[in-house]
Design a protein around this ligand. Structure first.
Ligand SMILES: [Zn+2]
Length: 216
């Protein structure tokens, strides 16, 4: 995909944040791994621009070393964890981070989501982890997110929201919607008592089926 199309795609999906269950106003950010003038890095949503008026030229390129051209604007204040995920996860081609309502509510409990529903496996394991709290934009937060993303493609972030990555923006965006949906169901399940959790053995079968389904 050429660079202008990558910028356009980020704009399209960022506007979609506002029209789906994922976010409102300016919260949340989206990025795509990219190569610009021979430099490896990523395109990311900017800081301080209302998403409804976002244009392709507003999208900022940040190198994998964390450098960007200040004259072209500022990247999202949360660019650091995007950088750290791209550096550490070779299969990450796109990242969606949101403060979606239900994921944020569940994240405030600072606990993983257990397998109350088999779809929890969509993140890659028996549960969806919750990264430990650290101030937004800090390297500590990146570190906590990376450890919650070990063997997973999605996690909650304590008292903050959710983050997911994937092989392209289409499937990554869908994964974020799915995580939000799972959190919504989990909140409802907790309202009527303590849900029964699927066994590790059952989740192993589920994960195997999900892998084949993705391949097929
Ligand atoms: Zn955030």
């Amino acid at each position: 995909m050429n660079l202008i199309n990558q910028r356009k795609k980020i704009v399209r999906y960022t506007k979609k944040l506002n029209s789906t269950n994922l976010s409102s106003l300016r919260s949340g950010n989206i990025s795509i791994r990219a190569k610009n003038k021979g430099i490896n890095g990523f395109f990311i949503t900017p800081s301080g621009i209302n998403y409804s008026s976002l244009k392709p030229k507003d999208i900022i390129f940040v190198s994998l070393k964390g450098q960007f051209n200040k004259k072209k604007g500022k990247p999202s204040s949360e660019w650091r964890f995007h950088q750290d995920i791209y550096v550490n996860k070779k299969d990450a081609k796109a990242i969606v981070h949101t403060h979606s309502t239900c994921a944020t509510a569940v994240s405030s409990h600072q606990k993983p989501i257990p397998a109350f529903h088999y779809m929890v496996g969509i993140a890659g394991g028996n549960d969806i982890k919750c990264a430990k709290y650290a101030t937004f934009g800090t390297r500590n937060l990146s570190k906590n997110i990376l450890s919650a993303l070990k063997d997973r493609s999605a996690c909650l972030i304590s008292n903050h929201g959710q983050i997911v990555f994937g092989k392209n923006l289409e499937t990554t965006f869908e994964l974020a919607q799915e995580v939000e949906n799972i959190c919504h169901q989990y909140i409802n399940a907790l309202r009527i008592g303590i849900p029964k959790i699927l066994s590790k053995r059952e989740m192993k079968i589920v994960l195997g089926k999900m892998k084949n389904y993705k391949k097929g």
